[in-house]
Design a protein around this ligand. Structure first.
Ligand SMILES: [Zn+2]
Length: 99
């Protein structure tokens, strides 16, 4: 979807300027982490993902493909796809963890 919507403007901006946007967003993510502001943190994660995808698109990198290949298309713990690990939630809105 990002490619469909933004490839023309991303290509016009170019790799160097797009990388600069990604770097700026990473800095803003760092600030949000330091400020412990959950709403700002969520916005900055979304911004980082968006600029990372834009950069991947204009450098002909299929981000989904390389991300799946990084983990050999399966869970690194149970070696299954989809993952068959059992998870628990420590807190109601907290992260899930392997048992
Ligand atoms: Zn698993």
């Amino acid at each position: 979807m990002m490619e469909y919507l933004y490839i023309k403007s991303d290509k016009e901006r170019g790799v160097e300027a797009t990388f600069k946007w990604l770097s700026d967003e990473l800095q803003e993510l760092k600030e949000a982490l330091n400020n412990k502001n959950q709403a700002a943190l969520e916005r900055e994660f979304a911004d980082v993902i968006a600029w990372l995808v834009s950069l991947a698109n204009i450098t002909n990198v299929d981000l989904e493909k390389v991300a799946l290949e990084k983990y050999n298309h399966k869970c690194p713990k149970c070696q299954q796809a989809p993952c068959t690990c059992e998870f628990i939630k420590i807190k109601p809105n907290g992260p899930v963890q392997h048992l």
